[in-house]
Design a protein around this ligand. Structure first.
Ligand code: HEM
Length: 230
């Protein structure tokens, strides 16, 4: 596979160090978002009649979990902008063909992953695109239609004789299916690391072994020594 000269592929030759790449808050929001999305999917598809939880209980749990998720998303959006971490989601498209080629057949032939995780870029181009799609399309479709659903009693009179509620329900259900597909693919992708549990362990402990440039290693040793394990 040809090396692509983009920042997604830098630093491969630098010495590897075990370093905390996911902060405590990042791991907290990732796992609490996961728990809330599972709860919302289970209760939401029960409301829809596909899963067995009773309607009334499902609506109650769904509404509280939805409010918790919206609060979590609001805090996390704030965190992304104040820490500059939002830049991680800007996909470096030049490296995308190599990544797609790897997932299309390189992975089956045991080829090495074309992308090396670095401190500055924790995600490959495909991940950035998928997460961007999640945050810019699926997330807003879910919370906006969900809030419209929650507040229906407030606008029911205005919507009488229109198809507004059906449109809201359609958008919410479509986004619910999309997020479910996203979660299934996401979980599958987590198993494609060095070992099937490698990525999951990294998101639990925060630590991964990645190439660090001399400048990054010096910065961490001086300013954030507890992020360096070895
Ligand atoms: C993000 C914030 C969310 C809000 C505010 C929200 C709110 C709501 C509300 C109020 C309902 C209608 C309950 C009723 O019939 O009284 C509903 C239904 C539903 N929700 Fe959510 N929800 C959210 C996220 C999610 C997520 C993440 C899923 C994940 C899969 C989901 C899946 C569903 C499904 C499948 C239904 C049933 C739709 C139907 O049968 O028409 N929701 N939601």
């Amino acid at each position: 596979m040809t090396a692509v000269a983009t920042s997604d592929f830098i630093d491969k030759e630098e010495p590897k160090r075990t370093v905390m790449i996911y902060s405590r808050y990042e791991r907290f929001w990732h796992w609490s978002q996961a728990a809330l999305i599972f709860t919302l999917a289970f209760t939401g598809f029960s409301i829809h009649g596909l899963l067995p939880l009773g309607y009334k209980l499902a609506v109650q749990i769904h509404s509280w979990a939805a409010i918790a998720l919206i609060v979590l998303w609001a805090f996390t959006t704030f965190w992304h902008f104040t820490t500059g971490q939002w830049r991680q989601y800007l996909p470096k498209l030049a490296s995308l063909p190599a990544i797609l080629k790897f997932y299309a057949w390189g992975i089956l032939a045991g080829a090495p992953h074309p992308y090396t995780k670095t401190l500055k870029r924790k995600q490959n181009a495909l991940q950035s695109l998928a997460y961007l799609w999640f945050m810019v399309v699926i997330g807003p479709a879910l919370w906006s239609s969900g809030i419209a659903y929650l507040t229906y009693p407030l606008w029911a009179k205005m919507a009488a004789g229109t198809h507004a509620l059906e449109i809201v329900a359609f958008i919410h259900l479509a986004a619910a299916y999309l997020i479910s597909i996203f979660v299934i693919i996401h979980i599958y992708m987590t198993t494609t690391g060095k070992t099937p549990l490698h990525y999951i362990k990294t998101m639990i402990t925060g630590y991964d072994t990645i190439p660090l440039s001399k400048a990054e290693a010096a910065y961490l040793a001086e300013d954030e020594p507890n992020r360096l394990k070895s």
